[in-house]
Design a protein around this ligand. Structure first.
Ligand code: ATP
Ligand code: MG
Length: 587
């Protein structure tokens, strides 16, 4: 496995990276200055919509393209910053006209269409809370989320409403208004719904953005459900300070740059870095309305001249699975910075970026709860493939051990594994788990926020992911990192994706079983199985290597692209499968 550092000291630096010297940036950074760098003000008023629309427009960005939407037939719709602001203001006036009071939750259930973006920003401008729901959810997961969030207004399409919402409406007494984005020529709308376009036409284009404050709740996100039932997480308006700062420090996003975040707005990444952070930086967004498809993605990167690209390990591994030759059919002269989030990024995937694009992927680590990137590899610093990088300026991140007396001790030794802990508070820190104050309180121990992920931190402050606390395997006295095992298996040329789990074993405590998805065109044979086992034993030693390998056509994944090891475990042991609301392919 290559963990050789990728040095970039000789790379041309025409762009002028926001973070050039990590230690210097850590020394000089502070959140008050970051707030001022964003708003230019010191008063206590802060509204995300003002920072991503009103301020950039006041600075002359009105006629710049804010977003380009690309549909299946390669039709493109462009919106300028001023177009977005006009749409957002009209929608804010619609909320007023419907007498939706400040602080009430407005949810969207939409594909990646322009209306989603104007509704989202109008909601924030009006001082309401935005909850963007993933459009592929079926009625049950929707019911749970709409109930838990006490959603007052839902914006959706006619087809989605008829298929998913009409049948559960009676269970949603607090859902006052359903506004329909029409896709087909006008016909009669379902009873109990209103036509969004008609309301927008009647609404004025002037609206004074509501003077919310840093601590006012702005966003309601649901977690991915990788480890259990998804949690409702609220983030304050101040999140924009950290999302803006990290879009600069980590994504290195400069004004006017073309940027593509492949995450759906139904997940925190799609709002924090698919909408808020990049617009606050004055970037121009690419929004693909279609689903993942390797040729399509290469075409978008090349033809749209994407400069900065933020994607996820699962997509990168699927591109690798499709073969490097496909990437070589295109050229990407504009592309200059690649980053990834969501799951551990195998060293293989980092260096594959260099093969395919001439650039490494920069891993970043964060959670819905943290509201913005916390640990990252930076554009101007060397990349250690397989490492998540270092804490961002303004964030104190450590790995800690739980002492017997219930306190936490930061671990100094580079080899010892502990839980990732962050020192509260930072601007985008979550303010609650909906209807679960006990769980929220339990996440903060001894002056730290505990993330539930295990890692090592080396002498230079680089974090090396081990696994989620729930997924870590203990075998014959060893603590086995699922990530290290999976990364080792990934180095076999036939392996495209892999997930390992621990199964009860009378002697070792737990024994490792690996589920392997093969690269396109590779045939699963007994011979190949023993080859991969042999490869794993050579790299890892017999004590740690998987005892068993099963071939899988498709590993179970969440809709946000994370492998659900808990489901593999449950199925293997014949246990209940638990909450499957976010399982890909399920409605
Ligand atoms: P749930 O909390 O419902 O189980 P989830 O934790 O997957 O779902 P998210 O908040 O979307 O929901 O994901 C955050 C988690 O994703 C992190 O806690 C971590 O386990 C994983 N993750 C994110 N980025 C990385 C990364 N760069 N390396 C390793 N793991 C990562
Ligand atoms: Mg989580």
């Amino acid at each position: 496995m290559s963990t050789r550092a990728i040095h970039k000291a000789d790379a041309p630096d025409a762009i002028g990276h926001y973070l050039r010297d990590y230690d210097e940036a850590r020394r000089t950074f502070d959140w008050t200055a970051a707030r001022h760098a964003l708003t230019g003000r010191t008063d206590p008023v802060l509204n995300i919509a003002a920072e991503v629309l009103d301020r950039p427009i006041a600075q002359g960005r009105g006629t710049q393209r804010a977003a380009r939407f690309i549909d299946r037939h390669w039709n493109r719709i462009d919106l300028t910053y001023a177009d977005l602001q006009r749409g957002a203001r009209r929608f804010a006036n619609v909320l007023r006209r419907l007498e939706v009071e400040r602080g009430a939750v407005v949810a969207t259930l939409l594909g990646r269409v322009p209306e989603l973006f104007t509704v989202a920003l109008g909601t924030l401008a009006a001082g309401n809370v935005l909850s963007a729901l993933f459009s592929a959810f079926g009625p049950e997961p929707l019911k749970t989320r709409l109930q838990l969030g006490h959603v007052r207004v839902l914006v959706t399409t006619e087809a989605l409403y008829r298929r998913k919402v009409a049948g559960i409406r009676e269970f949603l007494p607090q859902l006052r208004h359903v506004l329909i984005v029409r896709e087909a020529p006008p016909r009669e709308l379902p009873p109990g719904t209103l036509d969004l376009a008609a309301l927008l036409r009647m609404a004025a284009e002037t609206f004074e953005t509501v003077a919310t404050g840093d601590a006012d709740v702005a966003l309601l996100h649901f977690t991915s459900g990788t480890t259990g039932k998804p949690k409702g997480v609220t983030l304050p308006h101040a999140a924009v300070i950290a999302q803006h700062a990290t879009s600069r420090l980590v994504l290195d996003l400069h004004p006017g740059e073309t940027y593509w975040c492949t995450a759906d707005p139904g997940w925190v990444t799609g709002i924090a870095y698919g909408l808020i952070g990049p617009l606050a930086c004055g970037a121009s967004l690419i929004v693909d309305r279609e689903e993942f498809e390797p040729e399509r993605w290469y075409r978008i990167l090349a033809e749209e001249r994407v400069e900065v690209w933020y994607t996820a390990p699962t997509a990168i591994r699927m591109l690798m699975k499709a073969g490097t030759a496909l990437a070589r059919t295109r050229q990407f002269p504009a592309l200059r910075h690649l980053a990834s989030v969501g799951e551990p990024l195998n060293a293989e995937a980092v260096t594959w970026g260099v093969d395919a694009f001439g650039l490494p992927f920069h891993d970043t680590w964060w959670q819905t709860e943290t509201g913005s990137i916390m640990i990252a590899n930076f554009a101007a610093c060397e990349v250690l493939p397989g490492s998540m990088g270092r804490a961002i300026p303004g964030i104190e991140a450590r790995v800690v051990r739980h002492a017997a007396d219930g306190t936490l001790e930061p671990i100094e030794s580079a080899d010892e594994v502990g839980e990732i802990a962050l020192r509260p508070a930072w601007p985008s820190m979550f303010t609650s788990y909906l209807e679960n104050p006990e769980r929220y309180a339990a996440a903060f121990v001894d002056g730290w926020y505990l993330a539930g992920d295990l890692a090592r931190r080396d002498a230079n402050g680089y974090f090396w992911f081990i696994g989620r606390a729930d997924d870590v395997i203990k075998s014959a006295g060893h603590l086995i990192s699922p990530f290290e095992l999976e990364s080792a298996l990934m180095t076999h040329p036939a392996v495209a994706q892999v997930a390992v789990i621990g199964l009860p074993d009378p002697i070792a405590g737990q024994a490792v079983k690996a589920f392997v998805e093969l690269r396109s065109g590779v045939v699963a044979t007994e011979d190949l199985r023993s080859q991969i086992l042999g490869h794993a034993r050579r790299l890892l030693g017999a004590a740690v290597a998987p005892r068993e390998i099963a071939f899988s056509d498709a590993l179970p994944r969440t809709r946000s692209g994370k492998i659900m090891r808990r489901l593999l475990r449950a199925r293997e042991l014949g246990l209940p499968e638990g909450d499957l609301s976010t399982l890909e392919g399920k409605e």
